[in-house]
Design a protein around this ligand. Structure first.
Ligand code: JCF
Length: 682
């Protein structure tokens, strides 16, 4: 080969190495440390470049290249492999007493009292073992029957938080390191995954663990690569060329090798603290973004662990202290139907109340008629009910063995339970929905207004579901626009509302009138138009009229807007009644804002015609931005305080103007108050 060519190849090899190294680092920053240093698109560009090089020069690829994360050609079946050391499971404890017994056994066995434990959340995922030879990931196997597992190396390579190569000095790599951990899917990712599957007419996963297991056991790793798998590691199998004295030290070492280690681990604590932490972890459970089903308690000292040894199925030095189940069985007393915002009828199971993981549950969603048929759910059945995080409880399945024979199958009513209009069956994609097609149905109106005033829409504090329902029942709310003409005196007549609350509510309504275009579009409750779609659309248009007049073709061009949303948005705005509704809302003095503020209608807002002085440093915007926004709202911005000044907006380090304003009795707004008044006008 001519010299020049060698040199060029050399440069390409170097470039490949550089890209591999940088991509690996950025992937770790993003997936393990949760602290990305570059944008997604910069990352994608680099990855694309590397893929191209490796396709043309396969000799520059390597088993730990980030390109290996996209999946390999499909397998025809999984191979089996032996675990070097059996991958045991854990004995369970269900109450403090069980844990104290465990402690007593250990004290007796080791003949000493000073035992320290390392404790960690017990993840509800899929156990795997990763094998690193000289720092490179060479094999991954599932737990299987503890002795042999299935080889899922290609799939595990697609998990972004799994290091393909250990971090640290190459010369100090252990010759062999088997790392054990739990593959999980986080709850938000799980919900998103199921949402997509539902939209595509595929079966949904019952829980994150099933989703993780199903994804890990894919023969086609390209499919696995699309699944949001994550991992936490908690231990080792066979290790050569390195050793650990304690569980805590081992976890720290694993962290340094680049593995995600759970942040809620408590190293080296006494048995008293173990029991205390159990309660704290149980409380924390609700806030975690992944499912845990207990706490793992391990003797910290690895020498002691060896002394204690193992039983056939589980080690003597560890135990799992389980939490109350998030699934319980209970009686389905009745099945009723609820009418949603768009008229969709959702069947709901009325349950014999049951405590599930600390919360009383008396209702569970049944999604739709098809789901009831598929799961053969009947009134009088004993069912397994699940609660997870703050999502609505649902019926997982019925317990067939507890059927008596007198259970009654559910029948979808022919008429809306609220307005008595006919319920129509509509085929949507691959599923059937039942719908009350009467758009003036009171049940729908209630739901629409609940949505209209909700946190992410108009955000009217004090206008909760019960009050909305009552106002609709009393005929005081017939449309969106009526929200803005509610009167204090009439509100105070409602049995739920005290004088003071009525006053506060009126204030909250006034405040809500300045609203961003994005929130406004979301508030309208258009089919298939959630928070994100509303945001994407609003970003593309400077005002509402433009959105109202746009075409489906134009909407589909927006990245992230699909054909369903596009057609639904156009249908909504071409409907005469909707157009009238919007006109009436605006006529009530609602002001729409956007990133470039454009005011649609009248100037009824608190800053209109006011003389305002700005001083000090604002955190959320520059002074000139604040000036522009205020001027758009009709304010007159002046530079010095006088008796005619209405407001002083004082940022940090406000000086003499602040003093002067205080003396002159001018109303002072600090940044928090000011931005609250503007709300998300910014
Ligand atoms: O989080 C888990 N599911 C988990 C399982 C954590 C551990 O530390 C474990 C385990 C199973 C066995 N430790 C052992 C020894």
């Amino acid at each position: 080969m001519p010299k020049k060519c060698v040199r060029m190849n050399d440069a390409i090899r170097k470039e490949a190495r550089r890209l591999q190294k940088e991509l690996t680092e950025h992937s770790y920053q993003y997936h393990v440390l949760d602290d990305p240093l570059i944008s997604d698109s910069e990352y994608d560009d680099m990855l694309k470049k590397l893929i191209e090089i490796e396709e043309n020069f396969p000799e520059f690829s390597s088993p730990d290249s980030p390109t290996k994360r996209v999946g390999a050609p499909p397998l025809t079946g999984f191979q089996q492999a032996l675990h070097s050391i059996p991958m045991l499971s854990l004995d369970n404890a269900f109450k403090d007493e069980d844990v104290l017994d465990f402690h007593k056994r250990i004290v007796k066995n080791l003949n000493r009292e000073d035992i320290l434990y390392t404790i960690e959340p017990k993840l509800d995922g899929v156990a795997v073992e990763l094998k690193y030879e000289n720092g490179i990931l060479v094999q991954a196997i599932t737990r299987g029957d503890a002795i042999t597992g299935e080889v899922v190396t290609q799939n595990v390579r697609t998990i972004r938080s799994v290091p393909l190569k250990l971090h640290g000095d190459k010369r100090k790599m252990p010759s062999l390191l088997e790392v054990r951990g739990e593959v999980i899917i986080r709850l938000p990712d799980f919900l998103q995954l199921n949402k997509i599957r539902l939209e595509q007419g595929e079966t949904i996963f019952a829980n994150p663990r099933n989703a993780a297991a199903g994804s890990l056991r894919q023969l086609d790793s390209k499919i696995t690569a699309t699944r949001p798998l994550d991992i936490f590691v908690y231990g080792t199998g066979l290790v050569e060329g390195i050793s650990f004295q304690s569980q805590a030290q081992m976890l720290l070492a694993l962290k340094k090798f680049g593995f995600p280690v759970n942040p809620h681990i408590l190293p080296g604590v006494t048995i008293g603290s173990v029991l205390k932490f159990y309660k704290e972890l149980e409380a924390l459970r609700e806030d975690l973004a992944y499912e845990i089903d207990g706490m793992v308690i391990k003797v910290d000292d690895i020498f002691f662990q060896r002394q204690l040894g193992e039983k056939i199925k589980s080690p003597r030095w560890a135990i799992a202290y389980k939490f109350a189940a998030m699934q319980k069985t209970t009686l389905i007393k009745d099945i009723i139907v609820q009418v949603g915002r768009t008229g969709v009828i959702t069947p709901v199971a009325i349950l014999e109340p049951v405590n599930i993981g600390g919360a009383m549950v008396s209702r569970a969603t049944l999604h739709n008629e098809d789901e009831i048929k598929r799961k053969d759910i009947r009134i009088g059945d004993i069912a397994l009910v699940m609660r997870a995080g703050d999502v609505i409880p649902k019926v997982v399945k019925i317990i067939e063995s507890r059927r008596k024979g007198d259970e009654v199958p559910f029948e979808m009513p022919g008429h809306c339970p609220v307005c008595h209009s006919k319920i129509e069956k509509i085929k949507l994609d691959k599923s059937n929905i039942n719908k009350c097609v009467n758009t003036s149905c009171q049940a729908q109106l209630k739901q629409r207004i609940r949505h209209f005033v909700s946190k992410k829409a108009f955000d009217i504090d004090g206008l909760g579901n019960k009050i909305v329902d009552q106002l609709v029942d009393e005929g005081m709310l017939l449309s969106f626009a009526d929200v803005f003409s509610l009167e204090k005196e009439k509100l105070a007549l409602l049995d739920r509302l005290a004088q003071k609350s009525a006053f506060n509510l009126i204030q909250a309504i006034e405040k809500s009138k300045i609203i961003s275009l994005r929130r406004f579009v979301y508030a309208l409750g258009i089919d298939h138009t959630g928070e994100n779609a509303a945001k994407l659309i609003s970003e593309q248009f400077s005002n509402l009229s433009d959105i109202m007049e746009t075409s489906e073709e134009r909407l589909i061009q927006i990245n992230g807007i699909g054909p369903e949303t596009a057609s639904s948005v156009c249908r909504f705005f071409s409907n005469f009644e909707n157009q009238m509704n919007i006109k009436n809302i605006i006529a009530q003095g609602v002001i729409l804002t956007n990133d470039q503020p454009i005011i649609i209608e009248s100037f009824e807002n608190i800053f209109n015609n006011k003389r305002i002085v700005l001083t000090g440093t604002l955190q959320s915007m520059t002074r000139s931005e604040a000036k522009k926004i205020l001027e758009n709202l009709g304010a007159d911005i002046t530079s010095s305080i006088s008796s005619k000044t209405d407001f002083l907006i004082a940022g940090e380090q406000a000086g003499s103007k602040l003093e002067k304003a205080e003396k002159a009795g001018v109303q002072i707004l600090d940044e928090t108050r000011f931005t609250a008044m503007l709300k998300d006008y910014l």
